[in-house]
Write a protein that binds this ligand. Structure first.
Ligand SMILES: Nc1ncnc2c1ncn2[C@@H]1O[C@H](COP(=O)(O)OP(=O)(O)OP(=O)(O)O)[C@@H](O)[C@H]1O
Length: 219
């Protein structure tokens, strides 16, 4: 698979009424098909902003981002259609049960087998018996397992995860982390994770440290 995200000399800042917040300047990096990458660094360094730019959710103030899927350059919309997202707060639809949440991205794409594929993923994440439970009837760890399955259910090429274990205790974090990495390995999907967890970052093949506007290979 020839899928890459090329960040070329990107800079980003935010203007507030009081100040200009400089995040990074002239930063370049290429994310490759199938790689697992952790982005670490202190709070406020701009990790989530960098993830949003790499995922085509935000545009950098300057520089360019090139998205390549199957060797073709595509726009941000096309990249997003081939991407899955996992957030700290799970973001499941409260009115849908577990299988409904998993089937939703497939149904939105008109997939007639949405519920069969969703049921298969529910089994993969060990929650087959929770198909009819709504998010408020599930533990945080179970909700995040559903969110992980939802991210993978549409056969994405890239998964972007922002603090995916930030709301979980140590034991649940470990099992959700292992699940994410197992799913990525099984599907060949790239996994890009922003995290404060050293333990989680160490599971990734590659690790980048963002601090004071500089992006370097993490020690
Ligand atoms: N929409 C926005 N408007 C103004 N400032 C913003 C906006 N989004 C983020 N910021 C600021 O930009 C800086 C970087 O934020 P970002 O969330 O990217 O950092 P982070 O490294 O992911 O932090 P954390 O680890 O605490 O989540 C912070 O100072 C934040 O307050």
């Amino acid at each position: 698979m020839q899928d890459t995200i090329e960040l070329n000399n990107i800079s980003h800042h935010f203007n507030t009424s009081e100040e200009r917040i400089e995040l990074f300047h002239d930063l370049s990096h290429t994310i490759r098909a199938g790689e697992t990458l952790a982005i670490v660094g202190p709070s406020g360094a701009g990790k989530s902003s960098l993830l949003s730019i790499a995922a085509g959710l935000e545009t950098p103030a300057s520089g360019s981002v090139r998205f390549i899927i199957d060797g073709d350059t595509v726009d941000a919309l096309a990249l997003r259609a081939r991407s899955g997202f996992i957030f700290q707060q799970f973001h499941l639809m409260p009115e849908l049960d577990a299988i409904g949440n998993l089937a939703l991205p497939l149904r939105l794409k008109g997939n007639r087998n949405a519920f069969d594929i969703a049921a298969n993923w529910l089994g993969k994440v060990g929650l087959k018996d929770r198909a009819r439970h709504r998010p408020h009837q599930l533990s945080g760890g179970e909700q995040q397992r559903i969110a992980v399955a939802r991210a993978f259910v549409s056969s994405p090429r890239f998964i972007f995860a922002d603090e995916p274990t930030g709301n979980l205790d140590a034991r649940t974090s470990e099992s959700v982390s292992n699940l994410m990495f197992d799913c990525a390995a099984e599907t060949g999907c790239a996994l890009v994770i922003v995290t404060h967890s050293k333990r989680l970052a160490l599971k990734a093949q590659n690790s980048l440290h963002l601090e004071a506007g500089r992006l370097e290979a993490a020690a």
